[in-house]
Every structure is written in structure tokens, then in C-alpha cells.
Design a protein around this ligand. Structure first.
Ligand SMILES: N[C@@H](CCC(=O)N[C@@H](CS)C(=O)NCC(=O)O)C(=O)O
Length: 316
């Protein structure tokens, strides 16, 4: 059975969420570091135009968008469930608020001064190159030229969000929905991880004491057992899995009229580069697009339903 592999890079908050989810399930996984700024030609063969990071792989199955990951991991590893019944509603609502709304507000709050670009400089990146790449990527959800104008409002939004997390932690049980971490905790935490990274946003964080202790507990979950892995190894795993049965969740199927059709799929908020393929599965929770990746073979790309637009290719 093919193992898990994650395409990611260190400074990405969403990638940190994925790393912690794998850690929570105590999994071994192949760690495939990709550049912070594209091109990423190997991965692009698989994903077509879709460029968001992180992406989780298992054989010829590729899971895009961290909102899908708790569902996928629970379907394969039911122990230490991320979406137990009592946590389902709060987890779903927090995910839809944080991802992308709070994340988008976090941009102007996080990139406030030159110091905030230090992590990029430490990686040998030129901040100007990063900002030039991300400005069109974040459109139309964010106009990065207006960051200075909207910064105070963005901070208000972020504080309201942190106050909500603090209020949930009033339950005194340690995590947002009880005594064990659930999907809501991972959705809520990765933006806080970003605020806690140097230079730490003390003024925003220090007034929330329960939040600080919770964030320490989330950080302590760790990343499981990552193994440095090359992109070639990841792509080879997809080639080798051509004859294997694909991932198939037992979620209620939906008889969608677009099934079997050539479609384009793209995020509905930002990073809206489309990927084309055949729509081969639709359930209440996800879409699967099957496409032929050059030099690799057939791959299945899985996306959450919420947050994506699927249209017939001829209409795209
Ligand atoms: N909703 C997506 C958002 C992912 C996302 O925005 N990732 C950022 C990195 S934190 C990204 O792809 N940035 C552009 C890039 O790396 O090319 C998810 O949950 O995975």
C-alpha cells in the first residue's frame, strides 16, 4: 500500500496545518519540499494549473485543500477521529470562517513591516519576488495594494476571531470541542501559528491566556514521522500505483449531472488557476477529477465541495 506524502514548504500556514494533522494521526509520511515561489514543474504535471500548497498524496490519489484532509484521514485512519459527531458542526463552521476569510485578513496583519519578510529572506528569497508572485495569486479575494488602508480593519477582524477561540476554550477542557483535538482545532490553529512566528504579534496574542496555552498544546502535537523525500520519488509512487485501487470513501454518493464529463475546476476565492479533467466521483463532501499526467499516468485529484467551482469544460 502506498504511503502518505506531502508537498509543502516550511513557512506556509496551511502546510503547518497539514503537518500537524499527520502528526495527530501519528503517521509516517514522505516530506516533499517544494519552492515557495513556482515554478514547480513536477507537481504541475499532476495538478495542471492548480497551484495551491499543500497537497497530500497516496499513490495516484492527490488530496488538494486542507479542508478535505480531516475527512480523508478519518476515512483511512479512524483512530483519533478529527470529526467525531459532537465536533462536526463547530469544525465545519470554523473551517469556513478561517479558510479563507481569517487567512485573508491575516495578510495585512502579518506583512506589516520589513521584519515580517525576514523568514523569506532567511530562505534566500527576495521579498519583492514573493510579493509580485502573490499579488495576482491572491486576486480577486484580496487587493494587496490596499493592505495599508485595510490593516486596522483586518486587525479588528483577527482580534474578533481570536476572542471567539478564547471563548470556546472557556469550556476548560483544553481544546475547542472537548478534551481531544478535532478538525476545528487544526483549522483554528494555523493562523495563530503564523501570528506566533517571529516577529511575534504580542499585542494581539497576549491578552488571550487560554489561547496561548492551547496553542502550546497544538504545537506539541508535532508532525508525526516525516521522511525527506524527493519530488521524483513522489511522482514515481504515482506511476507505480497505476494498477492499485484508488482511495474510495464510503460517503454518500451524489448523482451529479456533470459526472463523466470533462470539466474545469477552480477555487472560488483566490489562486483561481483552473485544472481540467474528467469528473469521476461526487459525494456529499468532495469531487474527484481524473486526468492523465504527462510521463506519470492517470491521477485522481480530490477536492472539497465547498470552495470550488466545477463547470463543464466547453463552458469554461
Ligand atoms: N484552502 C486552501 C488554501 C491553501 C493556500 O492558500 N495555500 C497557500 C500557501 S499558505 C498557497 O498555495 N500559496 C501559493 C503558493 O504556494 O503557490 C487549503 O486549505 O489548502
Amino acid at each position: 500500500m502506498a504511503g502518505w506524502m506531502l508537498y509543502h514548504y516550511g513557512v506556509s500556514p496551511y502546510a503547518e496545518k497539514a503537518r500537524l494533522l499527520l502528526g495527530h494521526k501519528q503517521l509516517a509520511w514522505g516530506s516533499i519540499e517544494v519552492p515557495v515561489i513556482p515554478p514547480r514543474p513536477g507537481l504541475q504535471k499532476v495538478l495542471g494549473g492548480f497551484r495551491r500548497i499543500p497537497v497530500l498524496q497516496r499513490g495516484a490519489d492527490f488530496f488538494c485543500d486542507t479542508r478535505l484532509l480531516p475527512h480523508v484521514l478519518d476515512s483511512v485512519h479512524p483512530e483519533r477521529p478529527l470529526l467525531p459527531r459532537h465536533a462536526w458542526v463547530v469544525s465545519t463552521l470554523i473551517a469556513q470562517w478561517v479558510e479563507p476569510r481569517v487567512f485573508l485578513m491575516m495578510g495585512p496583519v502579518r506583512f506589516e513591516s520589513r521584519d515580517d519578510l525576514q523568514a523569506l529572506e532567511a530562505m534566500g528569497l527576495v521579498p519583492g519576488d514573493f510579493l509580485r508572485d502573490r499579488a495576482p495569486f491572491m486576486a480577486p479575494a484580496v487587493d494587496t495594494r490596499r493592505s495599508g488602508t485595510v490593516r486596522a480593519s483586518a486587525r479588528d477582524h483577527v482580534v474578533s476571531y481570536l476572542a471567539l477561540l478564547e471563548a470556546l476554550l472557556d469550556n476548560g477542557q483544553g481544546y475547542l470541542c472537548g478534551s481531544e483535538p478535532c478538525a476545528a482545532d487544526f483549522s483554528g490553529y494555523h493562523t495563530v501559528w503564523w501570528l506566533r512566528a517571529a516577529p511575534r504579534r504580542h499585542a494581539l496574542l497576549d491578552r488571550f491566556s487560554a489561547l496561548g496555552a492551547w496553542a502550546d498544546r497544538m504545537a506539541a502535537i508535532g508532525h508525526g514521522r516525516p521522511r525527506p523525500t524527493s519530488i521524483d520519488e513522489g511522482l514515481q509512487a504515482a506511476c507505480d500505483a497505476q494498477a492499485d485501487a484508488g482511495w474510495q470513501p464510503d460517503w454518500p454518493a451524489v448523482n451529479d449531472v456533470r459526472l463523466g464529463c470533462e470539466v474545469s475546476l477552480q477555487p472560488d476565492d483566490y489562486g483561481r488557476d483552473p485544472v481540467f479533467g474528467t469528473l469521476t466521483a461526487v459525494t456529499e463532501r468532495h469531487f474527484t477529477l481524473t486526468r492523465e499526467a504527462p510521463d506519470i499516468g492517470w491521477v485522481r485529484l480530490h477536492f472539497p465541495k465547498v470552495g470550488y467551482e466545477v463547470v463543464l469544460a466547453e463552458a469554461a
